[in-house]
Design a protein around this ligand. Structure first.
Ligand code: NAD
Length: 247
């Protein structure tokens, strides 16, 4: 018996990074996984006997409703999110709106679409991607990102208390820096600014007290735990997994 046998799980932003690692980890544990992303090309080589992929844009309510209807999920992992660079003085109205739409409103859309089915079945686990960079800690150059990820913690708690007696749990994950394609882009961009890729890498790694960043698989292990019935007594919590960054 595997840890997620009999569960149907939908994941947003599953084409790469933490979402992809989580799709594979959940599928390995026996879940029927619906791995979705806006990027069809990047989804194409995500193959596993328990994984079905399709395009779902979390910024589009109709797309979300259609995807959730197809998946009928017991587990929702809201992984989609974008990291914006910049301070408050550098954040445009458009940046603010985009970040809140992709990082926060997306979860309002997916949770609203999933809940009726979960409540009908009397069980469900919702897992939202927040960050250590949120209401937990601040970091320079991450104004709107930290603001949106703090909102995710608030949303998680609001949903959790509402349905606590109806079998639906809602938690969020707060990672430190994690190796992923978009993180590599951020290191490269900072490297161009500093004139050295190695100096940029050193800056990211040195803020992690463990002296390294996380692998996507280390985060996926926490996702599997929160998706499974093993975590049945936890809800409404930000689960910090940050290599000691906020400690
Ligand atoms: P990533 O940033 O490399 O990949 C993001 C994925 O999101 C891409 O596949 C992209 O196509 C998809 N996406 C973008 N817009 C979308 C949309 N509208 N609908 C559906 N999918 C869309 O992956 P990552 O770095 O593992 O980040 C995943 C999540 O983890 C994000 O929410 C991020 O904020 C969070 N996070 C990442 C880190 C880190 O250091 N990597 C740390 C803490 C939290």
């Amino acid at each position: 018996h595997q840890r997620l046998t009999g569960k149907r799980a939908i994941i947003t932003a599953a084409a790469q990074g933490i979402g992809r690692a989580s799709a594979l980890a959940m599928a390995d544990e026996g879940a029927k996984v619906f791995a979705t992303d806006v990027n069809a090309e990047a989804l194409a080589d995500l193959t596993h006997e328990n994984i079905e992929t399709f395009v779902m844009d979390v910024r589009d309510t109709a797309s979300v409703k259609e995807g959730i209807k197809l998946a009928q999920p017991d587990v929702l992992f809201n992984c989609a999110g974008v990291v914006h660079n910049g301070s408050i003085l550098e954040c445009s109205d458009a940046d603010w709106d985009f970040a809140f739409d992709l990082n926060v409103r997306s979860m309002f859309r997916t949770i609203q679409a999933c809940l009726p089915g979960m409540l009908e079945r009397g069980s469900g686990s919702i897992i939202n991607m927040s960050s250590a960079l949120s209401s937990i800690i601040g970091a320079p150059n991450r104004f709107v990102y930290g603001t949106t990820k703090a909102a995710v913690i608030g949303m998680t708690k609001s949903v959790a208390v509402e349905y606590i007696k109806q079998g639906v749990r809602c938690n969020c994950i707060c990672p430190g820096t994690v190796e992923s394609p978009s993180w590599h882009d951020r290191v490269t961009a900072l490297g161009e600014k500093l004139g050295s890729y190695d100096a940029a890498m050193e800056q990211f790694v040195s803020r992690q007290p463990m002296g390294r960043v996380a692998t996507a698989e280390e985060i996926a292990a926490l996702v599997v735990y929160l998706a499974s019935d093993e975590s049945g007594f936890t809800t409404g919590q930000p689960h910090i997994i940050d290599g000691g960054w906020s400690g």
